[in-house]
Design a protein around this ligand. Structure first.
Ligand SMILES: [Mg+2]
Length: 129
């Protein structure tokens, strides 16, 4: 799916429900179609079936962390080209470097302001289009 009724599709995978709700509201107000998943495994399933144009992926999650999810998505033919931006509360530079090495397109530190999220997402779409 390239887009739904002209809307760009974004998938957010994060174990914190509040973050998912906030991001969904903020990004849908900006005209994006947003799917969310609180569970990493279900997020991978959604990515495979929906083929979003951007994935915002939390690093710190129970059971399966964002790095593992990133590797799985990069290994699958249908998801390997999808741009992925890492979301994390960590301010560790090692994370940022690892994200770049593993093929993440951006790295968004939590907490972020809604305006910052919108700005980052729009900039990513400008870069990839
Ligand atoms: Mg988390």
């Amino acid at each position: 799916m390239k887009s739904e009724k002209g809307k760009k599709v974004i998938l957010i995978i994060d174990d914190e429900e509040d973050i998912l709700k906030l991001c969904k509201i903020v990004l849908e107000k900006e005209g994006f179609k947003v799917y969310t998943s609180q569970v990493a495994k279900l997020g991978i399933d959604t990515a495979t079936s929906v083929i979003p144009e951007l994935i915002l992926l939390d690093i710190m999650m129970p059971v399966m962390d964002g790095w593992e999810v990133l590797k799985i998505l990069r290994a699958e033919d249908v998801t390997k080209e999808i741009p992925i931006a890492m979301l994390t509360a960590k301010t560790d530079f090692k994370d940022k470097i690892m994200g770049i090495q593993e093929g993440a397109i951006d790295y968004i530190s939590k907490p972020f302001l809604p305006q910052e999220l919108i700005f980052r997402v729009k900039r990513i779409f400008q870069e990839i289009n």
